[in-house]
Design a protein around this ligand. Structure first.
Ligand code: 5GP
Ligand code: MN
Length: 353
């Protein structure tokens, strides 16, 4: 058998451009911040907290600042208590952003994705921006850019970034746990098309570095409450099928959310229910958010039908080919009407993909 050096087998992994320049800036930087997108998910929190732990091992103190709060099933992640939530700590976050000389932005492709933080980040003209992200059509704001839409997750990219920094040996249990979490959540537990053999090699290395796969899976997925499961029942009741378009949608009104003691993250994964139906390849969920005055939408697809393009074209959103999000300022029923009026335009594409 040929012995395989596991850290050097990633032949086709795209790289961070000008890593030497970034290394030099990292060495001299005094104030580093790390920013995920608004409504951070497992990949956003996993990647930012892994980078935070990695920089700490490099004797570099940084601060993770999230635009807003995130689901409690992510709050057991290592170093979670060090996270600063902007919507709860506005003044401290503002000061840190203004003073920053190096700003890592993770798991998003344009600054508009971090809500109210956008203005503050854009006001800092002296900082160098670093982007590590796997969404399509990235904006051009970062001096150091590692963008690869073929990657399954930003967490896998952080792994390759650490590899490129020649620091694989530094990956400890905390970093491995965070990276495993984001890869697992963004790949639907290693089942989406973006999951490659390299992804599995990275995962194997993370397990060797201390990631406890069963515990991580349970921490993310086995934290249901009765009211959350009952809300899922409502979602199932509201499911509508349109086999002629190979499409399914679910809607949840604010009242239905309130009646089930809704908490952030409770509807995570509901959109996939539609996709699990035979012959359905486009699934949508409409969720009313009275607080923000919008209907938040999630889009999922199978095969070549691009929900990224659909969300961009019609609902001020975007994301990936098979998973994207968007929003509407119309009331819930009018948003659904709008969606249904657009659907026939895509009939041919949906039937042929
Ligand atoms: P989710 O539906 O799980 O919120 O998001 C699915 C994917 O689409 C994620 O990669 C997320 O970052 C992206 N996404 C969600 N909402 C939006 C949005 O409003 N705009 C853009 N550009 N991307 C979004
Ligand atoms: Mn991601």
């Amino acid at each position: 058998m040929i012995p395989v050096c596991i850290t050097t087998i990633f032949a086709f992994v795209m790289k961070m451009k000008n890593i030497k320049g970034l290394k030099a800036e990292l060495a001299s930087s005094q104030n580093i911040i790390i920013i995920p997108h608004k409504n951070p998910d497992g990949d956003a929190m996993g990647s930012t907290l892994a980078l935070y732990s990695y920089l700490m091992l490099k004797q570099k103190k940084s601060t993770v600042i999230t635009p807003n709060d995130y689901p409690s099933f992510l709050k057991w992640l290592p170093c979670n208590n060090d996270v600063l939530v902007y919507e709860n700590n506005g003044q401290t976050a503002k000061k840190l952003i203004a003073e920053a000389d190096l700003i890592f932005t993770l798991d998003f492709n344009h600054l508009g994705r971090c809500g109210d933080l956008q203005e503050l980040l854009e006001a800092n003209k002296k900082a160098s921006f670093v982007m590590i992200d796997h969404h399509q059509q990235p904006d051009d704001y970062a001096k150091y850019m590692y963008s690869d839409p073929a990657m399954c997750s930003t967490c896998e990219m952080v792994y390759h970034f650490i590899d490129q920094m020649q620091d694989i040996a530094l990956i400890n249990k905390d970093i491995a746990t965070c990276l495993y979490t984001g890869i697992m959540t963004d790949t639907g537990s290693f089942r989406y098309r973006s999951t490659t053999s390299t992804t599995h090699r990275v995962i194997a290395n993370l397990i060797d570095a201390g990631a406890e796969n069963t515990q991580i899976h349970e921490g993310i997925y086995d934290t249901n409450t009765l009211s959350k499961l009952q809300l899922k029942g409502v979602a199932l009741k509201n499911l509508r099928l349109f086999p002629e378009y190979r499409t399914a949608y679910i809607s949840l009104s604010q009242k239905e959310l309130n009646d089930h003691n809704f908490k952030k993250g409770d509807t995570e994964g509901f959109v996939n229910i539609g996709l699990s139906i035979d012959n359905i390849l486009f699934a949508v969920i409409f969720i009313e958010n009275e607080n923000e005055g919008i209907i938040k939408m999630s889009f999922r697809s199978k095969g070549s039908f691009s929900v990224n393009q659909f969300a961009r074209n019609h609902f001020e959103g975007g994301g990936h080919d098979n998973a994207a999000g968007g929003k509407s300022d119309l009331p819930l029923n009018e948003t659904i009407d709008k969606f249904m009026s657009i659907l026939p335009v895509y009939k041919k594409e949906l039937l042929n993909s």
